[in-house]
Design a protein around this ligand. Sequence first.
Ligand SMILES: Nc1nc2c(ncn2[C@@H]2O[C@H](COP(=O)(O)OP(=O)(O)OP(=O)(O)O)[C@@H](O)[C@H]2O)c(=O)[nH]1
Length: 723
Amino acid sequence: MVLALKIQENKAAISEDRNLRKPPSADGSNCSRALRNRGGSGPGGQAGRRPPMVDVPRLTSLDALIAVKDGRVIQKAQAVAPPRASARGSGNGGARSSAPWVGLSGQMAEPKRVPVTVLTGFLGSGKTTLLNHILSTQHGMKFAIIENEFGEVGVDEKVIKEDSEEQVIEVMNGCICCTVRGDLVKVLKKLRSKLDTFDGVIIETTGMADPAPVAQTFFVDPEVQKIYHLDGIVTVVDCKHVLAHLQEEKPEGVENETVEQIAFADRIILNKTDLVDDAALEEVVTEVQKVNKDAELIKAQHSKVDPAKLLGINAFSLDRVLEMDPEFMNTDGEHQHDNSISSISWKFEGELNVNKMEMWISEMLQTKAADMFRYKGMLAVKGMDTKYLFQGVHMLFNGGFSEEYQWKKGETRECRFVFIGRNLDKALLEQKFMECKVTSEARFKVGDRVEANVPGGWKKAKIMRVWDEGNPYRIQLEDGTQVWAPDDSDNFVRAVKGGYCLCGAVAVGRQRRRLRALPFGISVVGTGSAAPETVVSNDDLAEIVETSDEWISQRTGIRRRHVLAPDESLASLSTKAASRALEAAKMSPEDVDLVIHATSTPDDLFGSGPQVASMLGADNAVAFDLTAACSGHEDKVCMAFGIDSDQAMYCSLMLLPLQKRASNIMDFGSTVKQKTVLEKELHCIQGHPTRRTSDLAPSMGSFAFEGHQIRDSDTSKQHLLHL
Ligand SMILES: Nc1nc2c(ncn2[C@@H]2O[C@H](COP(=O)(O)OP(=O)(O)OP(=O)(O)O)[C@@H](O)[C@H]2O)c(=O)[nH]1
């Protein structure tokens, strides 16, 4: 019963205060108490130590609203305003530790409570840049940083200068003004145990945050209020984009964050003045002052502002805020964000190709820049020890490797990325982002001959380095020029259309079927064949020897045979077939890398491969013979692919002249009857102007092959063995 009554009292106090429109001005009494409290560690106070926290209830109009301890109202509403500016500047405490912020502005602030600065401003305006500037400025102070990001994955926490590790950094993901506002109180309380280790707290809000609820936190929670005081709200404005955001029409009941951020500011940094001309800057000043005429405006580039102008200024004025927003203290008040604006973020362990990502972003911005409020990432780029920081605001984006951000030994390389914008297509963005991840080995290795797509068309080149300066390849053109390939794709670098020339043996029936089942990545791109024009039929033979077409064909199936002319050879026939295969593949002989001439009937004992290569004009090719009777064909295919797979990379054309049956001599020489035929045929041949058995005239078949990325040599070989 008693408790209920007390609560009612408290509620009454709240409603009483809600009716307040403008609390009376400060009477100064609090200020003098504040100065007294600092006495022990004022000028001449002990350096390096914070003054002891004196638990003296300090009542403001707001204290009175919530001053309930252990369920007991200890103060009813009193219209006592917080200390005003008049209380400031009454002397420097001397030593840095004598009072928070002293040493920055030279002004005295609240002695026993830790000052808090809320750093706000729309997405991409330059808040983190400012924070880093503050942290890297020599002022001898230490801060607890509360970093708040919209999405689940944060980037800013990674961007805060690494040399500022002595700072206490707390990260809150979610919107600080709504979803994680309760967490802010928890974080602030948690920091209590470390109060001695820092001189102030800086809260960087998300660019979508309304600073009012954040500021409210310092007046509605008694414990927080006892430890901290809100020193000021600093709003960073992006001069390039602020007008568009100020003028944006929002749906009914939805607040315009940019307006809120400017309205509640105690200091407004007009940042990015380098991106606007004088007239535009003038317009920005006019429009900003329409929203907030009280806050001091500071023009800046890259947020370079003297920290003394921003910290320890004791500038937050509850009077002004309540005058502007009588509902400021209404903790039940809901504010509504624009639901069409959302955030999407990812992180993955691994590395990406940053060129690919930049190309994708550039392309996307052609149509979506207006809706892309903010995108940023901290990326592990393949082949780089330095972290890559990527930043974008609408159409403007940049990124680079910074010596400041190194991957430390043992640190997990990961990529994190955030998009904030209107009507985001989350699935598409994620898909595109993930496509930038490097998931496979480079297709080429150092020394491989390739073709590079450079201005002027495809040029012959050689791989000099793999994953060099964040690029898949460094390539040297034939004229000595070196270029980088931004992506490991056929759009930029492809295999030389060179390959193997395989000559000889038989490719009929079963073997042809097997050829269709070539290993992954290899395809026949051209075939060619050739046969001597001179034809000797069985009837022709019958005129020379005692035989007949019926007799021969019944026993051998042969009705006619092609015979080489005196000026022809196996090599010339192979060359003819090979040229036709190249023609079909639209390749030139210089593109051929290797000629394997496989036949059991070479022009001479030592083979004709080099001769074929020479006659073909395959001047870049190595050539040799592979002689294994009629199975030479299979061997040469295996050999070619085997070489290929051993090299782990193959992207070229393979030219494969195949010899049809050289004659039936070898195939049918074992039976008596056939021996008779053989003898007759031999006799016939011997009577023919050509002199050698090889002149029996094979017809030639040629296949041109093109292959890509045969990596797994075992698998390739298995395939090949089945050929
Ligand atoms: N041209 C130019 N670029 C700036 C300036 N200040 C900051 N930037 C760039 O603007 C981008 C955004 O800066 P941040 O400091 O990350 O902005 P932010 O307000 O922290 O962004 P959010 O955390 O997403 O809200 C970065 O690429 C900065 O380098 C400036 O004065 N001029």
